[in-house]
Design a protein around this ligand. Structure first.
Ligand code: PSU
Ligand code: MN
Length: 322
């Protein structure tokens, strides 16, 4: 059902993607598929934790009964469903920095110049939609940066959520951001936002369970999440869905400890003049250093937790669209 409304012209682009045999046959057989991004491998986590995470998240999705599709640019080729050797190449090349961080604006350049590229949430959504994948799981969302009223630094993730009908399952916007402004911007762009939990549960703020910012909507189980996505698909709505999953008590970080670290990292970035696509990786690196790797461990745990939710949502969506 969902593909019925996809614009016909996408069919042409489908042939320019390299889709693995496993993912292709899962999609043709209407089996649940969960897309995964690769910027978190190339720019979000250090080696070897990036490789560990990328492997664990795929097995997590398989264990839940869905098919994982990690997405990246391999020598310029938009590739959906990476093989282990390709994931390994991304993870190890990340340390040499010879790899592009690809949001929507970087896509054409990366292809034309045959670059190796990690896909952010924005370009992963774009390629997922072209391939016909409805659900995508990751760690934390990009958003409106603090001080955006002067820098205008607003992640391309948000505009993509306004224009591409893919559901992103994550632990909320990162706490390094201005979460209130991020929610305002998503409303303007027309992105549906819902948080797992009883009515009134706030949006989580990756690394914390509760950002203090209200969630426009809530869902209490994965079937409810799938019904929202399915309703949008049936109408042919071309905007995205943000499904927030608060990290469980045991894996969320202590707010009073990490807040100070985030504040000093932000001040340091300003002092050093770090802007644009370098800012998020810089902040994540600083937090990892200052927490002695604790933030990296929770980042991995969040991705795994979201992958479980993403797989369950994909399973429910596939039941509805059969
Ligand atoms: N979440 C993480 N680590 C990351 C990212 C998200 O825990 O590295 C990446 C995602 O790929 C997201 C990107 O799309 O950061 C946003 O970057 P920017 O703020 O430059 O738009
Ligand atoms: Mn930015």
């Amino acid at each position: 059902m969902s593909r019925f409304f996809a614009p016909l012209k996408l069919k042409r682009h489908f042939h320019h993607l390299k889709i693995s045999d496993e993912v292709r046959s899962a999609l043709l057989g209407k089996q649940p598929v969960v897309a995964l991004e690769s910027t978190i491998i190339t720019h979000g986590l250090p080696f070897p934790q990036n490789l560990e995470m990328a492997t664990l998240v795929e097995s997590q999705i398989r264990n839940e009964g869905a098919i994982p599709a990690t997405i990246a640019f391999i020598d310029g080729l938009p590739t959906v469903g990476l093989h282990f050797s390709e994931i390994e190449r991304l993870a190890t090349t990340a340390t040499t920095k010879a790899i592009n961080k690809v949001s929507r604006r970087d896509v054409a350049y990366t292809m034309a110049n045959k670059l190796l590229g990690g896909t952010t949430i924005s370009s992963t959504m774009l390629l997922s939609h072209m391939a016909g994948i409805d659900v995508f799981a990751t760690g934390g969302l990009g958003g409106v940066h603090r001080g955006a009223e002067t820098t205008m630094d607003i992640s391309a993730d948000l505009d993509e959520l306004g224009r591409t009908p893919v559901a992103v399952v994550c632990a909320g916007p990162k706490a390094i951001l201005d979460i209130e402004k991020t929610m305002e911007y998503l409303e303007t762009k027309g992105c549906m936002v819902a948080t797992l939990g009883s009515p009134g549960t706030n949006v989580p703020g990756f690394y914390f369970r509760d950002s203090g910012v209200p969630s426009p909507y809530n869902f209490e189980n994965f079937s409810q999440a799938a019904q929202i996505i399915n309703a949008g698909h049936q109408l042919g709505l071309q905007s995205g869905y943000l499904m927030c999953v608060p990290p469980p008590e045991g894996i969320a970080l202590d707010e009073s400890w990490v807040k100070g670290i985030i504040d000093s990292a932000t001040i340091k970035a300003n002092k050093l003049g770090i802007r644009g696509k370098k800012l998020t990786p810089f902040l994540l690196g600083e937090i990892s250093r200052e927490t002695q790797g604790v933030s990296v461990k929770s980042n991995v745990d969040f991705v795994l937790n979201n992958a479980r939710a993403g797989a369950q949502i994909a399973i429910e969506v596939s039941k509805l669209s059969r």
